[in-house]
Design a protein around this ligand. Structure first.
Ligand code: ADP
Ligand code: MG
Length: 258
């Protein structure tokens, strides 16, 4: 039996179009260990969101297998939660109501859980605020709290900080690392940002487009608290820039075709 918590085998996803079919993913194999943080990076359109949606159970029509603790994933379930780039909060609900979702806030256990999550994402005192009163970073923290409500085994994040300014983004990365340190939640984190991939990931999965597949998996052998200015960090960064550059300019495609 494999030790992987999440096991992906032979994943292939084709979108049928009116004029042509799009092969969004092909030959994707990935094992994710319990408590591991995988960052997924790749050019736009390489199938990152499709991969996350399949794991989330939001995309049913595909080839291959996705197993969580040895059981095939069928449809959405509380074992997996997703955070999207836009916070997707309901504007007419308070922060606490957004986090609680369909669980009744009048129940003391639910209220206590929501308060705990507000502390986790450092938003104590904002329970009765409305989304329009929050900054982008705060709204994304509410979205993270909402995703953690049912204590998912795997947290899936699709460019969650992509719309935030650099300062807020770096703060949010710290918040997420702290959540991971305390809870040990397995995470798959999609990003466009090379630094973000290296700050958060235990391994970086680099994807190449058309058709989307895993090009390379780069282990990030750095201490848990990442120092962006360290020689080791900058060395890995240079390596990732090189890999990424080769994909973007299509050198790899030519190599593959040759
Ligand atoms: P990424 O998140 O890496 O930017 P996506 O997973 O969103 O990429 O998309 C991968 C490919 O699949 C793209 O070529 C995209 O146009 C196509 N695609 C994604 N979703 C659909 C859909 N619902 N219908 C048709 N094509 C889609
Ligand atoms: Mg995407």
């Amino acid at each position: 039996m494999s030790e992987a918590q999440l096991q992906i085998r032979g994943l292939r996803k084709v979108f049928s179009g009116a004029r042509a079919d799009v092969v969004a993913l092909t030959g994707v194999d990935l094992d994710v260990a319990r408590g591991e943080v995988i960052t997924v990076i790749g050019p736009s359109g390489c199938g990152k969101s499709t991969l996350l949606k399949i794991i989330a159970g939001l995309e049913a029509d595909y080839e291959g297998t996705v197993e969580l603790d040895g059981l095939p994933v069928h449809g959405p379930g509380s074992s997996r939660a997703v955070v999207f780039q836009e916070h997707r909060l309901f504007p007419w609900l308070t922060v606490a109501q957004n986090i609680a979702g369909n669980q009744p806030l009048r129940k003391p256990a639910v209220r206590a859980r929501v308060e705990e999550l507000l502390r986790v994402v450092k938003l104590e005192g904002f329970a009765t605020a409305y989304p329009k009163e929050l900054s982008g970073g705060m709204a994304q923290r509410v979205a993270i709290a909402r995703a953690l409500l049912r204590d998912p085994e795997v947290l899936l994040l699709d460019e969650p900080f992509g719309a935030l300014d650099a300062f807020t983004r770096s703060h949010m990365q710290d918040v997420l690392r702290e959540i991971w340190r305390v809870r040990g939640t397995t995470m798959l984190f999609v990003t466009h940002d090379i630094d973000e991939a290296l700050v958060l990931g235990d391994r970086v999965v680099v994807m190449s487009p058309r058709p989307g597949r895993i090009h390379e998996v780069l282990p990030v052998l750095l201490p848990p608290l990442r120092d962006r200015a360290s020689a080791e960090f900058l060395e890995l960064r240079a390596e990732l820039v090189r890999v990424f550059g080769a994909i973007a300019t299509g050198d790899e495609g030519e190599k593959a075709a040759a």
